[in-house]
Design a protein around this ligand. Sequence first.
Ligand SMILES: *[C@@H]1O[C@H](CO)[C@@H](O)[C@H](O)[C@H]1NC(C)=O
Ligand SMILES: *[C@@H]1O[C@H](CO)[C@@H](O)[C@H](O)[C@H]1NC(C)=O
Length: 285
Amino acid sequence: MARLVLLSLLLLQASINLVVFVSATNFNNDVELTWGGDRGKIIENGNLLQLSLDKASGSGFQSKSEYLFGRIDMKIKVVPGNSAGTVTAYYLSSQGSKHDEIDFEFLGNVTGEPYILHTNVFSQGKGNREQQFYLWFDPRLDFHTYSILWNPQTIIFYVDETPIREFKNEEDKGVTYLKDQAMRLYSSLWDADDWATRGGLVKTDWSKAPFTASYRGFSVNACVFAAGKSSCGSAGAPNASWWEQSLDGGGAQKLKWVRDNYMIYDYCQDTKRFPQGFPPECSAL
Ligand SMILES: *[C@@H]1O[C@H](CO)[C@@H](O)[C@H](O)[C@H]1NC(C)=O
Ligand SMILES: *[C@@H]1O[C@H](CO)[C@@H](O)[C@H](O)[C@H]1NC(C)=O
C-alpha cells in the first residue's frame, strides 16, 4: 500500500513537472519532417521550413511535442502563382477515431484568383463544422501569421492578429469541447484537385511543379503534454495571458468585420445541410 502511495506521488510529481512552457523559434529543435523525402526541408539554421509538392508526392512535418492548451503562431507563405488543386494544411490534431482537431487549410487557385481559407473544428471525432473565408490580402505574396489560441474557455483562429473564427466551450449546451486530448501540430502540402477547386473543377497544372509553401516564425506558448500524464488544469493554471484570453469587444468587432466581408461559407447557415435544425453551437452567433 505504502509503495502504491509512493508510486502515485511520484507520478503526480512527474505530471506537474511535465507542464512546461515553451516558446519555440527553431524548426530543427521543434519539428520533424515526416513524409515526402527531400521535398520537405529546414534551412537558414532552422529559421525557414519549406514543403513542396510534385506529381509523385507532397510532404509534411509535425511538432515533436504534444500540447494540451496553448497559443501557436506560424508565419506561412502559401504556394505562389497558379496553385489550383494544391492544399496547404496547418492544424492541431490528436490521435484516434474520437480525435480532436483544429484546422486551417489553404486551397490554392489559378493565378490572380483568390485562395480559400478553409477551417474546421473536430471534437471527439465529430467535425462537420466548416467555415471558409477569402482573405483581405493575397497570401501568396508574403508571410502572414496564422495563429491558434486554445484554452479551456475558447478556441480562436487568428490571421495577423485578426480573429476570424471562435469556437467556445459550450459544454453547458451539450457541445463537446476540446479539453482532454493533447494535440500535435501538423502541416502538409498535397494535391487535392479532386475536391479543393469547387469539386474538382480546375486541375493541378503539373507543368508548374514543384509547388512550394514556406514557414517561418514558429512560436509556441503552450502546456507540453508528455508520458501520458500532465494536465494543465489539475497542475494549476499557467500564468500566461493566453490561458485567460477571450474575445474582447474590439476582437468581436473585428470578427464581425471578417464574417461580414470575407466569409464565404458557414455550416451554421447551411439550411440544406441541416434541415432538422442547426447544431447547438450555432445558436451562439
Ligand atoms: C478560385 O477562384 C474562383 C473565381 O474567382 C472562386 O470562385 C473560387 O472560390 C476560388 N477558390 C477556389 C479554391 O476555387
Ligand atoms: C504572473 O506573471 C506576472 C509577470 O511575469 C507577475 O507579475 C505575476 O505576479 C504572476 N502572477 C502569479 C499569480 O504568479
